[in-house]
Design a protein. Structure first.
Length: 158
């Protein structure tokens, strides 16, 4: 009887050709999966209007300085269905405030709200927190004379 050694077997029955084929094949499959994920979750961090946004930073800094000169402070409270802002430091309070809420990572949750004054220094609007976490908040008057910017962590109330 003639014994066949491993070297005389056809290539497709041997271990090493399949091992060497599977390594690059796994990289190709992982690359395709990564490409599909990247196409379905494109980042919204890069703006096509970056130059104008860069110029607007100076105007924003001036509004923040105006708020500091007026001695304005604000506290935010999110509870279930409302957003409440306690504004301190204004002598003449506007009837409405504009609050821009920007989620730190998910731009689809960003909101801009108009809050109505309900008592002295207290403004409120209907608001349901879409996602708990870190939020960047901009509070400004409707005449755009001042702006308070802060970062805050909001938690869902269940």
């Amino acid at each position: 009887m003639i014994k066949t050694s491993e070297s005389t077997l056809p290539w497709y029955k041997q271990f090493w050709p399949w091992f060497l084929i599977l390594l690059p094949l796994s990289v190709v499959i992982a690359s395709v999966i990564t490409f599909v994920i990247a196409q379905n979750n494109q980042p919204a961090l890069v703006s096509g209007n970056y130059y104008k946004e860069g110029l607007a930073i100076n105007a924003s800094k001036k509004l923040e300085q105006n708020a500091k000169q007026l001695g304005l402070t604000a506290d935010l409270i999110v509870n279930g269905t409302t957003l409440t802002v306690h504004l301190n430091g204004l002598k003449v309070e506007p009837p409405n405030l504009i609050v821009d809420l920007r989620h730190s990572t998910i731009s689809q949750h960003d909101k801009s709200l108009t809050l109505t004054r309900i008592t002295k220094g207290v403004y409120q609007s209907a608001f349901i927190l879409p996602k708990a976490g870190k939020w960047y908040v901009g509070i400004k008057d409707v005449d755009h004379e001042w702006e308070i910017k802060k970062a805050d962590h909001f938690r869902s109330i269940e």
